[in-house]
Write a protein that binds this ligand. Structure first.
Ligand code: DGL
Length: 270
């Protein structure tokens, strides 16, 4: 068994970490496309092509189920992949739906009609490609009514995190939160809609203030995956070995990953 976890780079490790804590016996194959990161400034076609290539690599590694632990890929490529690219016996899941189910206080997989929910003003922090896709608003509209969403494209944050420059990443978070507040002075919730951002969650919370509830994806995706595998245990796949694959330089990527997760992570070439 092995479940594939894909991200453009290191951000999906926040999801991998939560999944491996929630499902410690499940082998996971992680693929970070660091050679092509960041995705957030690419065109939808480019993101689709890179995401399908990476997903195929994870299918080849024995994964029947692949989690796109990348909001940019989920926003720009997943729907198109589901419309005809994914083989019948495979599944590819994104990271928006678990987040939106939590935000709208739904049970996992509850498909009842949209209704009024507790939050009214939601700040969405994400990459430029995710914000411009409006995929978050589309998924939210299936589940909730009367929610005002203001997107803030957080240019530069992913590059700073990938480069390990956390001082720059923090400065950028502060300036993106300021920019958001000029458009939406009093959000009641904030969504960290990029899997790199949990690495900066404290900075987002500090800049937004204690009254704003910050939704971060990693644990929500892990819970929803656990629920999915209870219903579909056969989707855990045929691979039996956990590994970390990168299209970038394995030594450099391993050292950054070890720094982020505070445990030894060794990547090999994809
Ligand atoms: N971590 C990714 C996301 O969730 C992608 C960041 C990027 O490559 O721009 O959107």
């Amino acid at each position: 068994m092995a479940v594939g976890i894909f991200d453009s780079g290191l951000g999906g490790l926040t999801v991998l970490d939560a999944v491996s804590k929630r499902l410690p016996d499940l082998p996971l194959v992680y693929l970070g496309d660091s050679a092509h990161a960041p995705y957030g400034v690419r065109t939808p076609d480019d993101i689709y092509n890179l995401t399908t290539q990476a997903t195929q690599r994870l299918f080849d590694a024995g994964c029947d189920l692949v989690i796109l632990a990348c909001n940019t890929a989920s926003a720009a490529a997943l729907r198109r992949m589901q419309e005809g690219w994914i083989p019948k016996e495979k599944r590819v899941l994104g990271v928006f739906v678990p987040l939106i189910e939590a935000l709208t206080e739904r049970q996992w997989g509850d498909n009842s009609p949209p209704r009024e929910v507790g939050v009214k003003h939601v700040a969405l922090f994400a990459t430029p490609a995710t914000v411009s896709s409006r995929a978050f608003q589309r998924e939210l509209a299936f589940r909730a009514i009367g929610v005002d969403v203001e997107g803030q494209a957080c240019g530069g944050v992913v590059d700073a995190i990938e480069d390990g420059d956390m001082i720059l990443a923090e400065a950028l978070v502060n300036s993106h939160v300021d920019a958001l507040k000029r458009k939406m002075p009093e959000p009641d919730a904030a969504v960290l809609g990029c899997t790199h951002y949990p690495l900066m969650e404290k900075q987002f919370q500090a800049a937004l203030g204690p009254d704003v509830k910050v939704f971060s994806q990693a644990n929500l995706v892990a819970e929803s995956l656990a629920d999915y595998l209870t219903r579909r245990p056969e989707m855990a796949g045929s691979g039996t070995v956990s590994k970390f694959l990168t299209t970038g330089d394995p030594a450099r990527v391993s050292s950054r990953a070890t720094q982020f997760l505070r445990r030894q992570i060794t990547f090999e070439s994809a």
